[in-house]
Ligand binder design. Structure first.
Ligand code: DON
Length: 312
């Protein structure tokens, strides 16, 4: 691959087109998630990618304006909102070490006394959702309101069919939540926490919506209107946890290939941050063994490799 110039003359549209070509070349690789039956209806060949720069420029290719189920990408926003409302208290109930285990694993919770390893595995996200519920009275509503405001898309919403499908097949998440509750690490009833967790995972949003909503991390904590959501130090911490834990037991491989903080979801989206520069989101529903999109990771790998942009 020939390197494109890094700096003021960066051609984002050209970079996105090159990333899309590389992603489309992975056609047929990976499998669409079906453990939540409603997700199996996604178009396996869909692909979209978008960039929002800190200067307010927006670029996109492919299906970049087509909504998909954001799933665990929502966990970036639940953590950020919980920190914005509750500060460091959030870290009393959840760690910040990579788990080295699949996102829905139960094994570490027993030896670690109901304190999940990090906020992005399902166990940790349930604790963060619980704290956001205590802090706002409506955890999923707080995530939707933030995404709507930052993306300027008032129609952005939870897909009720996906949320219902998650709940109907949610034995593992229910087991995690009950186990955490048995250790006294939930403040709200298990049913409330699960309802809000499913409701924020089942939000449908596009790459366009997600880059705009995620760009506060590229702006070191400033929202799109320039107001401060969190301190610069908190934004650094969220980015650090995204880098080490955002793609689960593939976080090492993601850092190696892409070199950016990022959050994946089983709907096939990956939202990544170039601190000080831009938010980038890629989407393709086919997943690898760890639950990360084959096309999206390939696209992000291509973008950072061609441009030389990364946090390293
Ligand atoms: O709880 C679940 O299993 C899903 N709602 C979210 C999992 C997910 O997206 C993991 N990410 N790669």
């Amino acid at each position: 691959m020939n390197a494109l110039p890094v700096g003021e003359n960066l051609d984002w549209q050209q970079l996105l087109e090159a990333a899309e070509a590389a992603a489309r070349a992975t056609a047929g690789q990976g499998r669409v998630a079906d453990y939540i039956p409603a997700l199996a209806e996604a178009d396996p060949e869909a692909f979209g990618m978008a960039v929002a720069t800190v200067d307010g420029e927006l670029y996109g290719v492919g299906d970049w304006e087509r909504p998909f189920s954001i799933q665990s990408v929502s966990k970036l926003f639940t953590l950020a909102l919980a920190l914005a409302h509750g500060g460091d208290t959030v870290w009393r109930g959840v760690g910040r070490e990579p788990s080295g285990n699949p996102f829905n694993s139960l094994v570490q919770l027993e030896t670690e006394h109901g304190i999940p390893r990090n906020p992005f595995i399902n166990a940790g996200a349930l604790v963060v959702t619980d704290r956001l519920q205590s802090l706002t009275g409506d955890a999923a509503g707080a995530v939707r309101a933030f995404l709507r405001r930052e993306s300027g898309n008032p129609g952005l919403d939870t897909d009720p069919a996906v949320a219902a499908s998650e709940a109907a097949h949610g034995h593992r998440n229910a087991a995690l939540a009950h186990f955490i509750a048995s250790h006294g690490n939930l403040e709200n009833p298990v049913e409330t926490v699960l309802d809000h967790y499913y409701a924020h995972c089942a939000i449908a949003a596009s790459c366009r919506d997600l880059v705009l909503a995620g760009s506060f991390l590229a702006r070191y904590g400033l929202r799109t209107d320039g107001t401060r959501m969190m301190t610069r130090s908190e934004a650094k911490r969220v980015n650090a946890v995204l880098l080490t834990c955002g793609t689960y037991d593939a976080a090492g491989e993601f850092a190696f290939r892409v070199g950016l903080p990022g959050k994946s979801g089983v709907g096939g989206g990956v939202l990544a941050i170039l601190p000080g520069r831009a938010a980038v989101c890629a989407w393709g529903p086919r997943l690898d063994q760890a639950g990360n999109s084959v096309a999206a990771v390939t696209a992000l790998d291509t973008l950072t490799t061609l441009s030389g942009l990364s946090v390293f």
